[in-house]
Design a protein around this ligand. Structure first.
Ligand SMILES: [Zn+2]
Length: 234
């Protein structure tokens, strides 16, 4: 089992992972998909994986009708205050994952390659991740963030996509958009319906497949696997 954990075995800590339902968006092909984030309740403080879409940019909302609520409201439902958050981990910098970064005065852990990509590809959305005062904690590759919390570089959806592996008494893999759903995770491209290419699950198919293979290796040993847009989740 150890070979699958970048930081060694599990740690003897309770590290609950809380799912946050932040709304839905109607994506390409009118597929309605949930928007989620995750709060990792580490004894050192709470790590927020993604911040949802917040108030979508008009250009985005025109293409993808969105019903969303604030991540702080979702956190409050679980008794978590914004001041409890010690850092954000953005799975990637698409707008439905970093929309409310500016709400929190904490560092956002981002792969350096992802920030570079987002700055080039989506300068129109830079107020979501490059707002005045933004604190970026840039990393390159896999990084142990806290005891029992590893950030894994899982490219393919985007070049700097990352997932989070929680190795407490319960083990949880927060997959982000490595796959949108458990079905895609299990079956890869075979889960796609005709035309689903538009859903842009990968920007680099070879990397995406390698990432799925890697995460499937982890998934065999964890108690839970979550993805950001799985309708079965919430
Ligand atoms: Zn997404």
């Amino acid at each position: 089992m150890d070979q699958y954990w970048p930081g060694g075995g599990s740690v003897d800590l309770d590290i609950p992972v809380i799912k946050l339902a932040l709304g839905t968006l109607s994506g390409p092909l009118s597929v309605r998909t949930p928007i989620t984030a995750f709060a990792i309740r580490h004894p050192s403080g709470t790590v927020l994986v993604d911040t949802g879409i917040g108030t979508p940019a008009p250009s985005f909302a025109a293409r993808y009708p969105t019903k969303a609520r604030s991540v702080t409201d979702a956190l409050a439902e679980h008794g978590i205050a914004a001041s409890d958050i010690i850092c954000i981990v953005n799975s990637h910098l698409h707008t439905d994952h970093c929309g409310e970064n500016s709400t929190f005065d904490v560092p956002a852990v981002i792969q350096r390659a992802e920030l570079e990509r987002a700055r080039i590809e989506t300068p129109d959305l830079s107020d979501r991740f490059d707002f005045p005062g933004a604190k970026h904690m840039l990393i390159n590759g896999d990084t142990e963030l806290l005891s029992g919390v590893d950030v894994l570089h899982t490219p393919g959806h985007t070049i700097g996509h990352q997932s989070v592996l929680v190795r407490g008494r319960r083990t949880v893999l927060v997959g982000g958009d490595a796959a949108y759903t458990a079905d895609i995770f299990g079956r890869g491209a075979a889960a796609f319906r005709p035309g689903v290419r538009e859903l842009q699950i990968h920007t680099n198919e070879k990397m995406w497949n390698a990432t799925l293979d890697r995460l499937r290796g982890y998934a065999r040993y964890v108690d839970e696997v979550y993805f950001a847009h799985d309708g079965a989740l919430i």
